[in-house]
Design a protein around this ligand. Structure first.
Ligand SMILES: C[S@@+](CC[C@H](N)C(=O)[O-])C[C@H]1O[C@@H](n2cnc3c(N)ncnc32)[C@H](O)[C@@H]1O
Length: 365
């Protein structure tokens, strides 16, 4: 923590088309965390067709592959804008699932992740190892095709992808303040082991949208997914952008992770939902932070029980940690979220490792 304490963060929503992110200056963004509408998933047909009416025609004529490629063409301008606005060394994390669908007489897989990976490769991003988001289902219809008969049944589709790209060479943390900011944003050793693994077992979120008539399903990803990525690929005080904001998950994850954020969304109807969530979300966010810290305390406790030593001490919390990299780690609790403009939130944080939260059971030493 610097001597001034934890700086407030700001979180802005822009209603509009992410094909043009003209409000965002060149090379100003540290991280993009997002999930676009998935080509060939039925819920997005209307949206894609509104942007290019030929898509409907192609689908009606059984030309699934052509429709699929045209849908991806509509996402291309957004990827270009990401390239323009991202700082050198900045990261892009894209959650995407493939689609299976019968068009005309043909059932097949539409490999969304392959197309996006190719596009970013062509845009000269460095592709990095991806995460398989494994979300098993018990649905009886998960096995597709003709059951037990060879050459006519298909394997289940129970995963999505998180594609990860970097714009150019590794980010430098050169001066003292930048280095400290990076150390303060560290993860616990035991979190590293799960978060940086290539398979995440995370439950999906409830897709029902209670407070809006925008659409039936939210298409939201889990808070945990966005929160982990933000912690893994940016530092506190950075700017995180989500060009397909939806219900605002990335924005709330950025608030909790002490990053600034900006989200772009076509649907104005999500604003009341995001604003009402902002009013009531602080206890949930602080519980989340508290759980991270308590999980670490449990990890320390287990080491003590096994007579194992953790050699370092964190200077904010006073508890033991496994590596020197965790000694400055600090996860600020949220103090206040307030609307600082029609579509802009300001978030302030507690500067101390404890706050008046009845759930917090550890003591600062
Ligand atoms: C898969 S959802 C993202 C959901 C989000 N991650 C969440 O947790 O709620 C994709 C979102 O992108 C929006 N969208 C689609 N095309 C867009 C565009 N060209 N510009 C901005 N938003 C767009 C859709 O309205 C939808 O809310």
């Amino acid at each position: 923590m610097n001597t001034q304490g934890i700086a407030d963060t700001t979180h802005e929503i822009a209603i509009g088309d992410a094909q043009s992110l003209d409000r965002i200056p060149d090379e100003s963004v540290d991280l993009v965390v997002t999930s676009p509408p998935y080509p060939m998933i039925e819920m997005w047909d209307t949206l894609f067709t509104a942007q290019h009416p030929e898509i409907k025609n192609l689908m009606e004529h059984g030309l699934g592959k052509k429709a699929f490629l045209l849908m991806h063409k509509l996402l291309d301008p957004v990827w270009l804008e990401i390239k323009r606005t991202l700082k050198p060394g900045g990261f892009v994390c894209i959650n995407i699932g493939d689609a299976t669908r019968t068009v005309g007489n043909s059932f097949q897989l539409y490999p969304n992740h392959t197309i996006i990976q190719k596009r970013f490769f062509e845009l000269q991003f460095d592709a990095l190892p991806i995460i398989l988001w494994w979300k098993p289902t018990n649905a009886p219809n998960k096995f597709m095709g003709s059951g037990m008969l060879a050459a006519g049944a298909y394997v289940t589709l129970e995963h999505e992808y998180i594609l990860i790209f970097r714009k150019g060479a590794k980010r430098e943390f050169s001066n003292r303040e930048q280095k400290l900011g990076r150390r303060q944003s560290a993860l616990f050793w035991e979190e590293r082991n799960t978060w940086y693994s290539d398979r995440w077992d995370l439950n999906g979120v409830r897709q029902i949208l209670p407070r809006t008539k925008v659409r039936k399903r939210s298409a939201a990803y889990p808070f945990e997914l966005a929160y982990r990525l933000i912690n893994m690929f940016s530092v506190q005080g950075d700017l995180v952008v989500d060009p397909f904001l939806g219900t605002g998950t990335t924005l709330f994850a950025a608030m909790t992770a002490c990053r600034n954020s900006m989200g772009v969304e076509l649907e104005r109807g999500f604003i009341p939902l995001i604003k009402s969530q902002a009013k009531e979300v602080i206890p949930k966010m602080n519980d989340y932070i508290c759980n991270r810290i308590n999980a670490h305390k449990q990890f320390v406790h287990e080491h003590i029980l096994q007579n194992k030593k953790l050699p370092y001490k964190n200077r904010h919390y006073g508890f033991a940690v496994k590596t020197r990299q965790e000694t400055d780690l600090f996860i600020p609790y949220i103090n206040r979220i307030h609307l600082s403009g029609p579509l802009c939130f300001n978030v302030s944080y507690y500067n101390k490792a404890t706050k008046a939260n009845p759930h917090i059971i550890y003591k600062l030493q």
